[in-house]
Design a protein around this ligand. Structure first.
Ligand code: FE2
Length: 408
């Protein structure tokens, strides 16, 4: 009796018997994905979508040699671009570090195939992660799917992947998200995803700046201190690294969130205090240099961008080690920059991308670019490798050409 009560308290009583025998059939779910949490050792967020509401779906999960658990799921919906989308989230917590779990989604007596995720180990000083950027595509997302599969085959041991903004070309168009996810649907459920908002997530169907409603609903991310800016910026720990994800869309969101920069700066100061770590890495979409893009604040092109003026002094103050950016669709390494002038003790700034099919010619910045990839830029990405005393950033093209390695 006691065992029965404990099982009921865990929410397994009426659900568990049905798990044993899944009826044949296919659940109409899309884009099954696992998302980063503040502490990936003990928690994981699983999300998916559908075109019609799936009432009472549940997530089942279990460690390889352990007991079944099941979780209810929250659902949100959005009607946009003449299509209804339903977004489902299950937040798994109190997980065991360094453990592989199986998971699947249930609706009635039909289940998806099993997928797996692995929590981060308690003590980890040695891991690698993939940093992708600008997966946005025109016409077709085939090249994005090819890039994603290729980099995973080359680095199968990476612990997570980040896409540092401009995931899609127009953030409110249905076909964009549909094709972005469909192109990677076979690989996506098995890898931990760190999404970052870019300016293209903030375009409306008629290419005006707008609230990135679809991005907001697509990615339930670690909480920050601003409920109205939830999923815009956040941080997480992985081994000896504290990662801080910032939102650089101050221009695109100025009418909706005029305090976006001020809120992030205050939060970042507190966040660094709250999370002492050996390494501090910032991930954000827009670059600190403007190149040939006109900047409203400074009324200039070339040299420091509006985002650079806004954030570089704070990065110096907070002893950030590394700042990774994208947006310009090219690879550049500027080494250490301190207080807007070259020096040895500011953060290292590296820009990379793209990973879709949007390729540009980007002029070099004579003052800051220490190295640049040949133009026009081939699709490229970064491998971030962390060892106890060393952080290594390596750029490769999607085709496999080694571009450059930098050690901190
Ligand atoms: Fe961009």
């Amino acid at each position: 009796m006691l065992c029965g009560k404990i099982i009921l308290l865990l929410g397994l009583g009426s659900f568990f018997p049905r798990l044993a025998a899944a009826a044949s059939g296919t659940l109409p779910i899309e884009a099954l994905r696992q998302l980063i949490t503040a502490d990936p050792r003990t928690s994981r967020t699983i999300m998916w979508q559908s075109k019609t509401p799936l009432e009472n779906c549940r997530l089942q999960y279990q460690p390889a040699d352990g007991q079944n658990r099941s979780l209810p799921v929250t659902m949100e919906s959005l009607y946009e671009d003449r299509v209804h989308n339903y977004y489902y989230t299950a937040y798994l917590h109190d997980l065991t570090p360094g453990t592989t779990y199986h998971y699947r989604i249930w609706l009635g007596n039909i289940a998806t195939p099993w997928q797996t995720f692995t929590t981060a180990p308690t003590a980890i000083n040695d891991f690698s992660a993939l940093i992708l950027c600008d997966s946005q595509c025109g016409q077709s997302y085939e090249s994005w799917g090819h890039a994603f599969r290729t980099v995973w085959q080359r680095h199968p041991d990476a612990h997570f992947f980040a896409i540092m903004g401009d995931l899609v070309d127009n953030g409110q168009q249905e076909w964009q998200w549909q094709n972005f996810f469909a192109a990677i649907a076979d690989v996506l459920p098995r890898h931990l995803f760190v999404p970052i908002m870019g300016n293209h997530e903030c375009y409306s169907l008629i290419w005006k700046f707008c609230r990135p409603r679809r991005y907001e609903l697509s990615y339930n991310l670690p909480a920050n201190d601003s409920p109205e800016l939830q999923n815009y910026y956040y941080s997480y720990d992985y081994g000896p690294v504290h990662f801080m994800v910032l939102n650089t869309q101050m221009l695109e969101l100025k009418d909706i969130h005029p305090d976006l920069l001020a809120r992030q700066k205050a939060w970042l100061r507190q966040d660094v205090k709250n999370h002492p770590a050996k390494w501090r890495v910032v991930l954000m979409h827009k670059d600190i240099l403007a190149y040939d893009e006109y900047q409203e604040g400074s009324k200039t092109m070339m040299s420091i961008s509006d985002v650079g003026y806004a954030l570089m002094p704070l990065f110096d103050e907070l002893n950030i080690d590394l700042v990774l950016t994208g947006h310009m669709h090219t690879y550049r390494n500027r080494g250490h920059i301190h207080h807007l002038a070259p020096a040895d003790n500011g953060p290292v700034y590296i820009m990379s991308g793209p990973c879709g099919n949007q390729q540009y010619n980007v002029p070099a910045d004579k003052h800051f670019d220490r190295s640049a990839i040949a133009q026009p830029t081939p699709p490229n990405y970064l491998l971030l490798s962390v060892q106890e005393e060393k952080l290594t950033i390596t750029c490769y093209t999607v085709d496999g050409e080694f571009i450059e390695k930098m050690e901190l």
